[in-house]
Design a protein around this ligand. Structure first.
Ligand code: 5CA
Ligand code: ZN
Length: 411
């Protein structure tokens, strides 16, 4: 798939500050492994959208978080290989398409288009590889075959329909559970809530995850050596990520609702297929955005859509500042008030930076800005620091703010 256009990325003055990020697996903030891969790049995979409904500001906030990660790596002089998927084959698409009487492929295309334009409006740096599940069917088939060969997958035939699915046993890798650090009861709760099928009769363990769903009436299917069907969700990301970034790569990212089961299983499938101890060096999770204290949903109005906000004249840089006002790992709110605060802040910065001051004073602010963001993307500290900026020198601070935060201060 094509992604969206790359925004202009300004160079940032000053010395690199090594990036530290929180890792869900190790439960601590630690340095990102920036050892270049075979292509001299730092590899990052971020789970993409499931395009069955309009992308919301909450989704955008998660991609803005990883845009910050990308920007810190660039400002530190690294090359980045960024991969993202689109889950364009999944139950929510079929269900919504059926309800609305549209083709599920057209639904996916239209919602992916909306997402692309939201990302472009927000100057989010696009992934180099933007891969739909449909484009990756062969990759998934190859990985499922590998898992069958290594004994890390089993077939399960439905007694009533005769349809055969393929599952991954949770004990395929001894380290299973290391990524989310959850107890069994919480795993069961999240698995049931987040797309799992614990009740499916015949599974060896209720938590075993679907790798390949056999063909059922009314669903799309692709031919495979183990029967016609379609990819499971977790293995889609394992295959798309490892085929482009290698068996082990630096960062796997998404919202906190993906920590379990999705990222646990994506990692487990890849680790079983390639016999590696750990798929990603960092598992990074962004908190959930709510609207006026309520989980974001369409019924809550225009504030939840990026394109509605920009159509109403809100500056994309102010939307960024509203999202960055809280720390990315916190579940946090978005509201009219938070957006208005961000607009006032942007206006303040624009006024302050119009003042020309000595280079040394500005260099000091840029250094502190780099430090705050390198410290697990401490945007609240970064924004507070910039509120106090004495002025700019030859556009040096404006360029740093744009390069590191993607916020345009220059009018
Ligand atoms: N296609 C899968 C990942 S492979 C998926 O989860 N798609 S999604 O459309 O449901 O979500 C896309 C991303 O947005 C995920 O990282 C998810 O964690 C994040 N997300 C969803 N809702 C919110 C929210 N309210 N606040 C912040 N991030 C959110
Ligand atoms: Zn994913």
């Amino acid at each position: 798939m094509h992604a969206w256009p790359t925004p202009s990325i300004t160079a940032v003055a000053g010395d690199p500050v090594p990036l530290q990020l929180h890792d869900t697996a190790d439960q601590r903030v630690k340095p990102v492994d920036v050892t270049p891969d075979a292509n001299g790049e730092v590899a990052m995979y971020v789970c993409g959208i499931t395009p069955y409904d309009s992308p919301l500001l909450g989704h955008a906030a998660t991609y803005l978080t990883f845009d910050l990660v990308y920007r810190q790596l660039l400002a530190n002089g690294h090359k980045v290989r960024y991969v993202q998927n689109v889950t364009d084959v999944d139950d929510p698409l079929f269900e919504r398409a059926e309800r609305d009487g549209v083709d599920w492929r057209e639904l996916g295309d239209s919602q992916t288009d909306l997402f692309r334009s939201d990302m472009e409006e927000l100057s989010v740096i696009p992934p180099r590889d933007y891969i739909g599940a449909m484009e990756a069917i062969d990759e998934v088939i190859a990985m499922v075959q590998r898992l069958l060969h290594t004994g890390a997958a089993y077939e399960l035939t439905d007694q009533d329909t005769g349809v055969t699915d393929i599952y991954a046993p949770i004990d395929a890798t001894p380290q299973f559970g290391y990524e989310s650090n959850l107890d069994r009861a919480t795993m069961e709760e999240y698995f049931a809530e987040r797309g799992g099928d614990p009740e499916r009769p015949g599974k060896r363990d209720p938590l075993d995850a679907l790798l390949w769903g056999g063909h059922r009436e009314g669903e799309p299917a692709w031919e495979s050596p183990f029967g016609a069907g379609r990819p499971g969700w977790h293995v889609e990301c394992s295959a798309i990520a490892t085929n482009r970034l290698g068996k082990q790569f630096s960062i796997q990212g998404g919202g906190s609702d993906l920590a379990f089961p999705h990222h646990e299983f994506s990692a487990a499938h890849a680790e079983a297929a390639y016999d590696v101890p750990r798929m990603a060096g960092h598992y990074v999770h962004a908190g959930m955005i709510s609207l006026d204290g309520v989980k974001m949903s369409k019924s809550l109005g225009n504030l939840v859509f990026v394109h509605k906000l920009t159509e109403a004249g809100h500056d994309p840089s102010a939307i960024r500042l509203a999202v960055f006002a809280g720390h990315y790992r916190k579940d946090r709110d978005f509201s009219q008030d938070i957006l208005e605060d961000a607009e006032r802040r942007l206006a303040l910065w624009r006024t302050n930076l119009a003042q020309e001051v000595e280079a040394e004073r500005v260099q000091g602010v840029v250094d502190k800005l780099r430090e705050a963001l390198a410290n697990d993307l401490d945007t609240p500290a970064a924004l507070a620091l910039l509120d106090e900026a004495p002025g700019d020198h030859d556009g040096m601070l404006a360029a740093a703010i744009e390069g590191l935060l993607g916020v345009r201060v220059a009018a």
